[in-house]
Design a protein around this ligand. Structure first.
Ligand SMILES: [Zn+2]
Length: 89
């Protein structure tokens, strides 16, 4: 399978993020820690066979979100994300 065929967008992890954070983050603005680009989580490039799941900045391709799940735990790496703005609703 070609890499391009495995590339999804942030909506692909919308349900997973709701499970982890308890709210829908796909419309939230994230800031890349690497290049400072701002964009909605839905616009990130998502690879679900990474290993684990990674969401990359569309500007510089740095990994902003990495999620690895086992049956008993979820491991969340947000070191590539400077901020995520979660709007009250
Ligand atoms: Zn970036």
């Amino acid at each position: 399978m070609k890499a391009a065929e495995m590339k999804l967008d942030g909506n692909a992890i919308g349900g997973l993020l709701i499970e982890i954070f308890g709210t829908d983050l796909t419309g939230s603005m994230g800031v890349c820690a690497s290049c400072g680009a701002q964009g909605q989580v839905a616009t990130l490039d998502v690879y679900v066979h990474a290993p684990g799941i990674v969401a990359r900045c569309r500007s510089c391709e740095a990994v902003m979100i990495r999620i690895v799940r086992s049956e008993t735990r979820t491991w969340l790496d947000l070191s590539g994300t400077r901020t995520i703005q979660i709007d009250e609703r």
